[in-house]
Design a protein around this ligand. Structure first.
Ligand code: 5GP
Length: 113
């Protein structure tokens, strides 16, 4: 499998604003933010889409969500509110084939398609 942009960021081959990292998870600022706060949280393991999640790797999702909630508290948006989004494949708007969760906040979000 070719390295994704996020794997290249993990390997420090591409620069990014890293806001959290541990053994399994990384969080960065989105390069093209859609709101005042727009972070991406992803596993270091390169899993292409959420369709590939199984009972063997599904604990990564709880770690991703818990990281997102910690970041929401750290950046003072937990009480006002935020949105977590995981896009899957073309119709879902996924452009990077490495599962990731968007944390979007800092303004009143609309719900339009
Ligand atoms: P998707 O469209 O797959 O759900 O989300 C991919 C996100 O990755 C997009 O919001 C896009 O702006 C972001 N992105 C793509 N390339 C880079 C990059 O090189 N650095 C950072 N920080 N974000 C990126």
């Amino acid at each position: 499998m070719e390295d994704s942009i996020f794997t290249k960021i993990i390997k420090r081959e591409i620069k990014s604003e890293i806001i959290f990292e541990n053994e399994k998870i990384m969080a960065i600022k989105d390069i093209n933010p859609q709101a005042p706060i727009h972070f991406l949280i992803f596993p270091k393991e390169q899993i292409e889409t959420i369709n590939e999640l199984t009972s063997d790797n599904s604990e990564l999702i709880s770690q991703i969500i818990l990281t997102a909630t910690e970041l929401a508290r750290k950046y003072n948006v937990a009480e006002k509110g935020y949105r977590l989004v995981m896009n899957c494949n073309d119709d879902g708007g996924q452009t990077v084939p490495h599962i990731h969760c968007h944390l979007i906040a800092g303004k009143r979000l609309k719900w339009e398609f």
